[in-house]
Design a protein around this ligand. Sequence first.
Ligand SMILES: NC(=O)c1ccc[n+]([C@@H]2O[C@H](COP(=O)([O-])OP(=O)(O)OC[C@H]3O[C@@H](n4cnc5c(N)ncnc54)[C@H](OP(=O)(O)O)[C@@H]3O)[C@@H](O)[C@H]2O)c1
Length: 301
Amino acid sequence: MTKTLVFTAFGGPETQQLVDREVPAPGPSQVAIEVKAAGVNPADWKIRAGQMGDHWKLPAPMGREASGIVIAVGDDVEGFTVGDAVLGQAAKGHGTFAQHTVLNAKQTVAKLEELSFAVAATLPVAGATAYDVTHQIELEPGQTMVILGAGGGVGLMAAQIGKVHQFNVIGVASAAKQQLVEATGATFVESGADVAERVREIAPDGADLVIDLVGGQPLRDIAPVAKDPALIISTADPDTAQQLGGAGVQRTKEGLEKITEVAEYGLVDPHVVQRFSLDEAQQAIATVEDGHTAGKVVIEP
Ligand SMILES: NC(=O)c1ccc[n+]([C@@H]2O[C@H](COP(=O)([O-])OP(=O)(O)OC[C@H]3O[C@@H](n4cnc5c(N)ncnc54)[C@H](OP(=O)(O)O)[C@@H]3O)[C@@H](O)[C@H]2O)c1
């Protein structure tokens, strides 16, 4: 048997439950793993809350990204063997807040020793999204990238990627995250009222790319700093981004491989700020649901 966190109905945290299930077997294009670490993302509670559709079969296992050791390989899967250390995204119908789970082999890559399991577990969703959102519009060194929500899971890695490319990175976050954002090499700007004016003081010509990781009114407030509305890309609120003339993030196949390579070289560190056991998984989700995470929260079964 394997312990797995599920939600039993669309709603609040009270619908979450740690249950015992059979150790899952991989189907075609899947690998089963013993989970060593799982990253917690806003999507985990948004799915539970019914904000991402109602097409999940209940009770639904929670958690989208993980690292671990391969325990079984689907029939048609090439490139993975039992015992391999890997990181990847949960296969449909499976969740990573569990002792064992099943990953989608096409969204799974090998984990080198250089990467800890905790860091590796943050790359399949948060890291790969940071890679995709910083590459959707190609900038030249010296151009200005503004990141709204720069101190969170995606934001810190996006800022680090921007610095690797020698962009002029401006990271917008609350005052409590100033040091964390500056440690990426980005220029810190405090979020809140008049944020566009504060960004313009540093970048009077405006931004060549505005990355939105927050959405809603904060996105509307910062949007005017973009040189052109088409230069706004949002992971948090594609609808508002589109209304403003921008776009939602487009996820790519290569994002996971690329971010894993960059992390292996030590160029990106997700800043794992809190680690919880599987028994404490509800607390881990609540921390992320609070909306003000600094870096990444992981669960280690
Ligand atoms: N489409 C995709 O494939 C995809 C993938 C990953 C993530 N996402 C989405 O992208 C968003 C960011 O994800 P994440 O993992 O980085 O989330 P996160 O770790 O929770 O970070 C979000 C950041 O937003 C900041 N924030 C919250 N309220 C704010 C406000 N009113 N004004 C300014 N900043 C505010 C918080 O920083 P402060 O405490 O400093 O305010 C926090 O650090 C989420 O909406 C997530 O669902 C989408």
